[in-house]
Design a protein around this ligand. Structure first.
Ligand SMILES: [Mn+2]
Length: 245
Protein backbone atom coordinates (compact mmCIF):
# COMPACT_ATOMS: atom_id res chain seq x y z
CA UNK A 1 0.00 0.00 0.00
CA UNK A 2 1.21 3.46 -0.79
CA UNK A 3 0.31 6.74 0.80
CA UNK A 4 0.90 8.35 -2.55
CA UNK A 5 -2.35 9.04 -4.35
CA UNK A 6 -2.47 10.09 -7.97
CA UNK A 7 -1.71 13.75 -8.36
CA UNK A 8 -1.69 16.29 -11.15
CA UNK A 9 0.34 19.43 -10.53
CA UNK A 10 0.39 22.53 -12.73
CA UNK A 11 3.85 24.15 -12.82
CA UNK A 12 4.64 27.60 -14.18
CA UNK A 13 7.10 30.41 -13.42
CA UNK A 14 8.26 33.86 -14.46
CA UNK A 15 4.88 35.50 -14.99
CA UNK A 16 6.58 38.86 -14.27
CA UNK A 17 3.41 40.66 -13.22
CA UNK A 18 3.90 44.41 -13.08
CA UNK A 19 6.33 44.41 -15.95
CA UNK A 20 6.31 48.01 -17.23
CA UNK A 21 6.75 46.92 -20.81
CA UNK A 22 3.45 45.05 -21.19
CA UNK A 23 1.58 44.76 -17.87
CA UNK A 24 -1.76 43.71 -19.34
CA UNK A 25 -0.43 40.67 -21.17
CA UNK A 26 1.29 39.36 -18.02
CA UNK A 27 -2.02 39.60 -16.14
CA UNK A 28 -3.93 37.90 -18.96
CA UNK A 29 -1.34 35.12 -18.98
CA UNK A 30 -1.76 34.53 -15.24
CA UNK A 31 -5.55 34.41 -15.64
CA UNK A 32 -5.16 31.86 -18.44
CA UNK A 33 -2.98 29.72 -16.15
CA UNK A 34 -5.60 29.90 -13.38
CA UNK A 35 -8.33 28.91 -15.85
CA UNK A 36 -6.04 26.06 -16.89
CA UNK A 37 -5.80 24.74 -13.34
CA UNK A 38 -9.55 24.08 -13.51
CA UNK A 39 -9.62 22.82 -17.12
CA UNK A 40 -6.69 20.47 -16.56
CA UNK A 41 -8.08 19.31 -13.17
CA UNK A 42 -4.90 20.28 -11.36
CA UNK A 43 -4.60 19.34 -7.69
CA UNK A 44 -2.06 22.08 -6.97
CA UNK A 45 -0.35 25.03 -8.67
CA UNK A 46 3.35 25.87 -8.36
CA UNK A 47 4.87 29.21 -9.43
CA UNK A 48 8.65 28.72 -9.38
CA UNK A 49 9.86 32.29 -8.98
CA UNK A 50 9.51 35.72 -10.56
CA UNK A 51 5.74 35.78 -10.28
CA UNK A 52 6.34 39.55 -10.06
CA UNK A 53 8.69 41.67 -12.11
CA UNK A 54 9.97 44.07 -9.46
CA UNK A 55 9.42 45.28 -5.90
CA UNK A 56 8.05 48.70 -6.96
CA UNK A 57 4.77 47.39 -8.31
CA UNK A 58 1.50 48.77 -7.02
CA UNK A 59 -0.78 47.17 -4.47
CA UNK A 60 -3.33 46.86 -7.27
CA UNK A 61 -1.11 44.29 -8.99
CA UNK A 62 -0.67 42.38 -5.74
CA UNK A 63 -4.44 42.51 -5.14
CA UNK A 64 -5.03 41.14 -8.63
CA UNK A 65 -2.59 38.30 -8.01
CA UNK A 66 -4.05 37.37 -4.63
CA UNK A 67 -7.55 37.39 -6.10
CA UNK A 68 -6.54 35.20 -9.04
CA UNK A 69 -4.82 32.69 -6.77
CA UNK A 70 -7.98 32.58 -4.67
CA UNK A 71 -9.87 31.76 -7.85
CA UNK A 72 -7.46 28.88 -8.52
CA UNK A 73 -8.94 27.30 -5.36
CA UNK A 74 -6.27 24.57 -5.11
CA UNK A 75 -3.14 24.75 -2.93
CA UNK A 76 -0.78 27.18 -4.66
CA UNK A 77 2.88 27.52 -3.71
CA UNK A 78 4.87 30.62 -4.62
CA UNK A 79 8.68 30.56 -4.57
CA UNK A 80 10.34 34.01 -4.51
CA UNK A 81 12.91 34.51 -7.30
CA UNK A 82 15.44 37.16 -8.25
CA UNK A 83 12.80 39.66 -9.41
CA UNK A 84 10.65 39.17 -6.30
CA UNK A 85 13.24 38.43 -3.61
CA UNK A 86 12.30 37.45 -0.09
CA UNK A 87 14.36 40.13 1.71
CA UNK A 88 13.49 42.82 4.26
CA UNK A 89 11.88 44.96 1.53
CA UNK A 90 10.05 42.03 -0.08
CA UNK A 91 6.74 42.67 -1.78
CA UNK A 92 5.55 39.48 -0.08
CA UNK A 93 5.56 41.40 3.24
CA UNK A 94 3.04 43.95 1.95
CA UNK A 95 -0.58 44.21 3.08
CA UNK A 96 -2.33 42.34 0.22
CA UNK A 97 -0.64 39.15 1.40
CA UNK A 98 -1.77 39.61 5.00
CA UNK A 99 -5.36 38.82 4.03
CA UNK A 100 -4.46 36.34 1.29
CA UNK A 101 -6.71 33.31 0.76
CA UNK A 102 -5.94 30.09 2.62
CA UNK A 103 -4.82 28.28 -0.52
CA UNK A 104 -1.92 30.71 -1.15
CA UNK A 105 1.39 29.56 0.36
CA UNK A 106 4.64 31.52 0.08
CA UNK A 107 7.96 29.81 0.67
CA UNK A 108 9.67 32.30 2.96
CA UNK A 109 12.52 30.23 4.42
CA UNK A 110 15.74 31.56 2.94
CA UNK A 111 17.60 28.46 4.15
CA UNK A 112 14.90 26.11 2.94
CA UNK A 113 11.39 25.26 4.01
CA UNK A 114 9.04 22.31 3.57
CA UNK A 115 5.31 22.81 3.19
CA UNK A 116 3.08 19.79 3.81
CA UNK A 117 -0.24 19.08 2.14
CA UNK A 118 -1.42 15.89 3.86
CA UNK A 119 -4.66 15.69 1.87
CA UNK A 120 -2.57 15.37 -1.29
CA UNK A 121 0.16 13.24 0.34
CA UNK A 122 2.47 15.98 -0.93
CA UNK A 123 5.43 17.88 0.47
CA UNK A 124 6.90 20.89 -1.32
CA UNK A 125 10.39 22.08 -0.44
CA UNK A 126 12.00 25.29 -1.61
CA UNK A 127 14.54 27.89 -0.67
CA UNK A 128 13.36 31.50 -0.88
CA UNK A 129 15.92 33.69 -2.64
CA UNK A 130 17.13 36.66 -0.59
CA UNK A 131 20.01 37.63 -2.88
CA UNK A 132 20.72 36.68 -6.49
CA UNK A 133 24.45 35.91 -6.29
CA UNK A 134 26.80 33.04 -7.16
CA UNK A 135 26.75 32.14 -3.44
CA UNK A 136 22.99 31.50 -3.44
CA UNK A 137 22.42 27.83 -4.21
CA UNK A 138 18.74 27.15 -4.89
CA UNK A 139 18.96 23.43 -4.09
CA UNK A 140 21.33 23.63 -1.09
CA UNK A 141 19.81 22.12 2.04
CA UNK A 142 17.17 19.94 0.41
CA UNK A 143 16.39 17.33 3.06
CA UNK A 144 17.13 13.64 2.70
CA UNK A 145 14.77 10.93 3.81
CA UNK A 146 11.24 10.30 2.73
CA UNK A 147 7.95 9.74 4.54
CA UNK A 148 6.01 8.01 1.78
CA UNK A 149 4.50 11.22 0.41
CA UNK A 150 5.29 12.73 -2.94
CA UNK A 151 8.06 15.26 -2.59
CA UNK A 152 8.50 18.16 -4.97
CA UNK A 153 11.33 20.69 -4.86
CA UNK A 154 11.06 24.19 -6.30
CA UNK A 155 14.18 26.08 -7.37
CA UNK A 156 14.76 29.37 -9.17
CA UNK A 157 18.14 29.64 -10.84
CA UNK A 158 20.43 28.87 -13.74
CA UNK A 159 21.10 25.25 -14.71
CA UNK A 160 24.71 24.63 -15.72
CA UNK A 161 25.10 22.31 -18.65
CA UNK A 162 28.47 20.54 -18.37
CA UNK A 163 30.06 22.87 -20.94
CA UNK A 164 28.74 26.02 -19.22
CA UNK A 165 31.71 27.10 -17.11
CA UNK A 166 30.76 30.77 -16.65
CA UNK A 167 30.13 31.88 -13.07
CA UNK A 168 26.45 32.70 -12.71
CA UNK A 169 24.14 33.79 -9.95
CA UNK A 170 21.85 31.20 -8.32
CA UNK A 171 23.56 28.23 -10.00
CA UNK A 172 22.05 24.75 -10.22
CA UNK A 173 24.54 22.01 -11.10
CA UNK A 174 23.67 18.64 -12.68
CA UNK A 175 24.92 16.66 -9.65
CA UNK A 176 22.62 18.67 -7.34
CA UNK A 177 19.64 17.51 -9.37
CA UNK A 178 20.95 13.94 -9.59
CA UNK A 179 21.39 13.79 -5.80
CA UNK A 180 18.10 15.49 -4.85
CA UNK A 181 15.78 13.35 -2.74
CA UNK A 182 12.53 14.18 -4.51
CA UNK A 183 10.13 13.08 -7.23
CA UNK A 184 10.13 16.30 -9.27
CA UNK A 185 12.01 19.58 -9.37
CA UNK A 186 9.94 22.55 -10.57
CA UNK A 187 12.44 25.03 -11.97
CA UNK A 188 12.11 28.70 -12.81
CA UNK A 189 14.26 31.53 -14.24
CA UNK A 190 14.37 30.50 -17.88
CA UNK A 191 11.76 31.73 -20.34
CA UNK A 192 11.64 28.43 -22.19
CA UNK A 193 10.49 24.90 -21.46
CA UNK A 194 13.43 22.58 -20.85
CA UNK A 195 14.00 19.08 -19.51
CA UNK A 196 17.12 19.00 -17.33
CA UNK A 197 16.41 15.67 -15.59
CA UNK A 198 19.49 13.90 -14.25
CA UNK A 199 20.05 10.30 -13.22
CA UNK A 200 16.35 9.48 -12.86
CA UNK A 201 15.43 12.69 -11.00
CA UNK A 202 12.81 14.49 -13.06
CA UNK A 203 13.53 18.22 -13.34
CA UNK A 204 11.96 20.67 -15.78
CA UNK A 205 11.83 24.35 -16.45
CA UNK A 206 8.26 25.33 -17.30
CA UNK A 207 9.29 28.57 -18.95
CA UNK A 208 7.10 31.61 -18.58
CA UNK A 209 3.48 31.09 -19.69
CA UNK A 210 4.05 33.11 -22.86
CA UNK A 211 7.71 32.29 -23.44
CA UNK A 212 7.03 28.55 -23.35
CA UNK A 213 4.16 28.73 -25.84
CA UNK A 214 4.80 28.27 -29.52
CA UNK A 215 1.41 29.72 -30.52
CA UNK A 216 0.19 33.30 -30.38
CA UNK A 217 -2.84 33.77 -28.17
CA UNK A 218 -1.87 30.84 -26.01
CA UNK A 219 0.19 30.19 -22.94
CA UNK A 220 1.86 26.95 -21.89
CA UNK A 221 2.28 25.26 -18.52
CA UNK A 222 3.83 22.01 -17.34
CA UNK A 223 1.37 19.32 -16.31
CA UNK A 224 3.13 16.94 -13.94
CA UNK A 225 1.35 13.65 -13.29
CA UNK A 226 2.27 11.49 -10.30
CA UNK A 227 1.05 7.90 -10.30
CA UNK A 228 2.80 5.30 -8.15
CA UNK A 229 1.25 2.43 -10.14
CA UNK A 230 3.14 3.39 -13.31
CA UNK A 231 6.63 2.19 -14.29
CA UNK A 232 7.62 5.84 -14.57
CA UNK A 233 5.66 7.36 -11.68
CA UNK A 234 6.31 10.96 -12.75
CA UNK A 235 5.47 12.21 -16.23
CA UNK A 236 5.58 15.74 -17.61
CA UNK A 237 3.78 17.20 -20.59
CA UNK A 238 3.29 20.76 -21.77
CA UNK A 239 -0.29 21.96 -22.09
CA UNK A 240 -1.31 24.93 -24.23
CA UNK A 241 -4.06 27.12 -22.81
CA UNK A 242 -6.07 29.83 -24.53
CA UNK A 243 -5.86 33.46 -23.46
CA UNK A 244 -9.50 34.40 -23.26
CA UNK A 245 -9.67 37.88 -21.78
MN1 LIG B 1 14.61 34.89 -12.59
Amino acid sequence: MTLRRKLRIIHTSDTHLGDDWDPDSAQRALSAVVDGVHDLRGDALLIAGDAFDNARISDAVLDFFVSEIGRAAVPTVILPGNHDLYDSASLYLRSPFVTAPDNLHIISGTRGQTLSFPDLALEVWGRAMDSHTPAFRPLAGIPNGRNGHWRVAMAHGHFHYPDDTEERSSPIHPHEIAEASCDYIALGHWERFEDVSQNGVTAFYSGSPMGASSARGRVAVNVVCFDATQTNPVSVVQAALPITT
